[in-house]
Design a protein around this ligand. Sequence first.
Ligand SMILES: CC(C)C[C@H](CS(C)(=N)=N)C(=O)N[C@H]1Cc2cn(c3ccccc23)CCCCCCNC1=O
Ligand SMILES: [Zn+2]
Length: 168
Amino acid sequence: EYSHIQGTRWNKNVLTYRIGRYTRDLRHSVVDSLIESAFSVWARASGLTFVRTNSHNADIMVEFVTYAHGDFYPFDGPRGTLAHAFGPGMGTGGDTHFDDDERWSAGAAGYNLLVVAAHEFGHALGLRHSRNPESLMYPTYKAFRPANLLSREDVANIKALYSNCFAV
Ligand SMILES: CC(C)C[C@H](CS(C)(=N)=N)C(=O)N[C@H]1Cc2cn(c3ccccc23)CCCCCCNC1=O
Ligand SMILES: [Zn+2]
C-alpha cells in the first residue's frame, strides 16, 4: 500500500525475487513453495513471469522481520499489521516484508502465508486496496479457501495494469 511512493507498474514482464530472512514457524521448503504459489496466482492472471534468484539485486526482496527493520514502517508485534509491500520501482520497489511476530501457517492456524503473500504481491505489482470484501485486495485479513484467491475484480485490475505490456 506504499505504491504512492513508487511507480504505478513494472515496465518489464520478467521479475526476479529473493527470499532473505525466513520465519521459524515453517520449514524453508514450505515457505519457498507458498511464496512461489502466491507469485503464480498473479502470473496466471497477468502474464508476468517470476523467477527466484539468490542475487542481491532481485527486483522483489521477500523477508520475515519484526518491529523496526530498516524501512520507515516498523511492525507492531503480534496481530495488527501482518505484512507490507512497496509498489513497483527500483530499490525497495516491490520489496515485501512479513511480520515475524505473527504465527505463520500453511493451513488454517494463525495467518495463512499463501493468502497474505498473495495480497502483498498484489501491492508489489501496483494494486491498491479494494472495498469489495470478496477481493483478495480487501484491507483486512480473511482466511480464503485457497481454490479462489483472486476475485473477478482482482483479475480485471491486474489485467488492466499489465495488459498493454505485451502488445505484440
Ligand atoms: C490484508 C492483510 C493480509 C495485510 C494488511 C496489511 S497491508 C499494509 N499489506 N495492507 C493487514 O495486515 N491488515 C490488517 C488490518 C487490521 C485489522 N485490525 C487491525 C488492528 C491494528 C492494526 C491493523 C489492523 C483489526 C484486528 C485484526 C488484526 C489482525 C489482522 N490484520 C489485518 O487484517
Ligand atoms: Zn494491503
